[in-house]
Design a protein around this ligand. Structure first.
Ligand SMILES: [Zn+2]
Length: 63
């Protein structure tokens, strides 16, 4: 006997193998390094103003 309408279907959670996450982990790690460079090291005036609050948030010496 088929119970279709009475029992709610529980959505199946897809499993993602760790090996599929590797390239994304590398990508986001590089992205974080680039962001940290612009926030912490780059002293270009426009970039400095743009990330000024982030500098203070992360405790970089500023002014
Ligand atoms: Zn500042």
């Amino acid at each position: 006997m088929a119970q279709t309408a009475a029992t709610p279907e529980i959505a199946e959670i897809p499993t993602v193998p760790l090996t599929d996450l590797g390239p994304w982990a590398v990508f986001f790690a590089l992205l974080a390094v680039v962001v940290l460079f612009f926030v912490g090291a780059d002293q270009n005036a426009a970039t400095h103003e743009w990330v000024h609050d982030a500098r203070h948030l992360l405790g970089y010496p500023c002014h």
